[in-house]
Write a protein that binds this ligand. Structure first.
Ligand SMILES: [Zn+2]
Ligand SMILES: [Zn+2]
Length: 343
């Protein structure tokens, strides 16, 4: 079957055929992948930028951790029936480390990850633990189902930022995670959701299609001027960062109200220089978010089921897996927002 694999520690991916996925063991299922999204982290692994060395011992591996499809074979104890439409949670806990033993599996010390440390969804079939599959609500098709993981990351960021009724929120970065953050900030009751980005035409367009019109382009003026003009001189209540560009954190703190929360969701290639005196005097709360806790997945699926079509504009390109490299190039050059591959 055709797959898109990381085969070596360097630039690029390999599009090529490998043997069919193995038959599922008792607790496993084989999923026929219908849609698999290209994630920003997949693009980093494709480019082989800093921070993906953890993949090396697992190469070659089929990438793809944002996918949905149909269970076509299920082991006797998999807990999911054949024919079920599912989305997939990529994290696999070891179940035996001290953190898992005390029920804190989110902080498992030996976490494996579908699509990063074992074969993922850029292939027609993949065999994974049944426990990683979540049935899709009836109103959510598998194309939308493949957005569950990035939506979950955005939802977790909004929960971490404690966005509340009536808040004015600044989302930094108009990519998929920024879009997910904006959607859930609105769902959480934010009155205004400001979106900041830099000369990011295609992704600004997606934001507009999702109903976000307060778009601040920092290519045109400094962030602070744009925010103050938009709010009539008021600092914002919560800043949610999804740029992966370290100076955006200090820029964001510069427009955050005293005691406000800034959540860092981006994966940053370098360190942050933080003026600590201002930070301390403003009692700013700097928090990190990464991935999506198990209970958050249920919240996300519940919200997706309510208004599925409001989410679909996030998908900007649809390509067959055979054109996967083209999809990665589109994502890399920021010409695309979310690229969905069809294996
Ligand atoms: Zn992802
Ligand atoms: Zn563990």
């Amino acid at each position: 079957m055709l797959t898109l694999r990381k085969t070596s520690a360097g630039f690029g991916l390999n599009l090529g055929a490998i043997d069919e996925a193995p038959s599922p063991a008792a607790r496993e299922v084989t999923v026929e992948v219908e849609f698999a999204g290209i994630c920003g982290s997949d693009v980093h692994a494709y480019e082989w930028t800093e921070g993906y060395g953890f993949m090396v011992p697992h190469l070659p591996i089929v990438m793809g951790h944002e996918f949905a499809g149909r269970v076509v074979k299920a082991g006797a104890a998999a807990g999911v029936k054949e024919g079920t439409r599912v989305t997939v949670m990529p994290g696999i806990d070891c179940g035996v480390c001290p953190n898992c033993a005390r029920g804190d599996s989110r902080n498992c010390q030996n976490r494996a990850s579908i699509g990063l440390t074992r074969n993922g969804g850029f292939s027609r079939f993949v065999t994974i633990p049944g426990a990683n599959c979540l049935p899709l609500p009836e109103t959510v098709d598998t194309e939308l189902g493949a957005l569950t993981e990035p939506l979950g990351v955005g939802c977790e960021a909004v929960l971490t930022g404690e966005v509340g009724l009536g808040d004015t929120v600044l989302v930094m970065g108009p990519g998929t995670i920024g879009q997910a953050i904006a959607l859930f900030a609105r769902a959480a009751g934010a009155t205004r959701v400001l979106i900041a980005g830099k000369a990011d035409g295609p992704r600004f367009d997606v934001m507009r299609d999702l109903g976000f019109t307060d778009i601040l382009d920092v290519a045109e003026a400094p962030l602070r001027d744009l925010v103050m003009a938009a709010t009539g001189g008021r600092a914002v209540d919560v800043v949610l960062e999804a740029t992966g560009y370290p100076p955006s954190v200090t820029d964001g703190l510069g427009v955050l109200r005293k005691s406000g929360v800034l959540v860092v969701a981006g994966i940053h290639p370098g360190p942050l220089t933080l003026p600590l005196t201002d930070f301390v005097r403003a009692r700013h709360q700097l928090r990190a978010t990464h991935g999506c806790a198990r209970p958050t997945w249920d919240k996300v699926l519940g919200l997706m089921a309510r208004e599925p079509e409001s989410i679909r504009p996030m998908i900007s390109h649809r390509l067959p897996l055979a054109r996967g490299i083209e999809g990665f190039e589109l994502a890399r050059q920021r010409a695309a927002s979310k690229v969905m591959l069809r294996p």
